[in-house]
Design a protein. Sequence first.
Length: 116
Amino acid sequence: QVQLVESGGGLVQAGGSLRLSCAASGRTFSTLDMGWYRQAPGKEREFVAVINWSSGSTNYADSVKGRFTISRDNAKNTVYLQMNGLKPEDTAIYYCNLRRLSTTYWGQGTQVTVSS
């Protein structure tokens, strides 16, 4: 089993920045990648960013390219999401996930609210 704990959410004004963290524990060997998704009220969960655990290669949703940066610390089994230039439409619950073997694990989510 894998446990994921997110932190770093909060309330910020438009144009501001936040840094989310997601710490993984448990059976994290053979991790393929870790990523971030978000879900706004009344909307489906959507992909934000992903990072390959071994190579460090990244991929982003078009809506966050150039504003968000995903990174990892392999020694700490932690993934980060640096969010700059935040917009009100970035308001959502942000979820971390980890893909390992044939299973995807999810964190409990952290709220990000961007005021205009």
